[in-house]
Design a protein around this ligand. Structure first.
Ligand code: DGL
Length: 263
């Protein structure tokens, strides 16, 4: 494998681009290829079998495009499909899981909230992690129903979004949480909206930076970090339409391309 091969990243849609931003920030020389499987979003209500089949399909596309490492930038896909992906593909695969551990360790009120998809909460992997860190900590799990479709449609600053966020955070605030874990890669795009709603003492955590660091250490351990200092190729593909990705990545518009691809 060559050092200048791309890092392949996929999500059920546009949300994993929040993870791409963390990777690009930490590893600015790396070439990247991002797949937004928006045609099949949301994954959160699919069965583990369906989520695994879609994750295998996305990984196959990225492997065929010559990627040196795959980042599953989707908590739902990671918690349901990562072991199958690792057994099927002979390439390093990094996943993302809700930041339950740091929240549980940091919490002084001993109460944390987790917002994620139904598919993540019902997975075996999530239940293992949450059981491990739930001793002496109360964890309020809330399914963010409807949030992903609104983000996919670019309706982040909308009345519908505000109403849903108020509804989902109310019981958490009442339960005196001091950390809110965003357990879906779409949700970091909601941080400005959440900050308007949540009391200032509630910290918001997600796993984007940890995934970027894990990507860096994995590539370093395999001697696969890109060491040429040149403008990287940053390719984005969606199987629906380009406008939401272009909007979310507007700060990068001079350096990226977003294209439609059938996959
Ligand atoms: N972005 C995804 C996640 O991290 C999945 C959202 C969905 O498709 O339901 O869980």
């Amino acid at each position: 494998m060559k050092k200048n091969a791309a890092i392949g990243i996929f999500d059920s849609g546009v949300g994993g681009s929040s993870i791409w931003q963390e990777i690009n920030h930490l590893l600015p020389n790396e070439n990247t290829i991002y797949l937004a499987d928006s045609k099949n979003a949301p994954y959160g209500y699919k069965t583990p079998k369906e989520i695994t089949a879609l994750s295998v399909k996305n990984t196959e596309v990225l492997v065929r495009m010559g990627c040196k490492l795959i980042v599953v930038a989707c908590n739902t896909a990671t918690t349901n499909a990562i072991s199958e992906l690792r057994s099927k593909f002979n390439i390093p695969i990094i996943g993302i899981e809700p930041a339950v551990k740091p929240a549980a360790l940091k919490s002084t009120s001993k109460s944390i909230g987790i917002l994620a998809t139904k598919g993540t909460f019902s997975s075996i992997l999530f239940s293992k992690t949450s059981t491990k860190y739930s001793k002496n900590i109360s964890m309020m799990e809330v399914v963010g129903e409807g949030l992903v479709p609104l983000i996919e449609a670019g309706k982040i600053k909308s009345t519908e979004m505000t109403q849903l966020l108020l509804k989902y955070t109310k019981p958490m605030i009442e339960a005196d949480i001091d950390y809110l874990v965003l357990g879906c890669s779409h949700y970091p795009y909601l941080i400005p909206e959440l900050k308007k709603i949540l009391p200032a003492h509630i910290g918001i955590l997600h796993s984007g930076e940890a995934v970027a660091k894990h990507t860096e250490s994995t590539l370093a351990s395999m001697n696969l970090l890109q060491d040429e200092e040149k403008q990287p190729s940053l390719q984005f593909y969606t199987n629906t339409e380009v406008s939401t990705l272009q909007y979310l990545l507007r700060d990068y518009s001079e350096n990226i391309t977003v294209r439609i691809k059938d996959f």
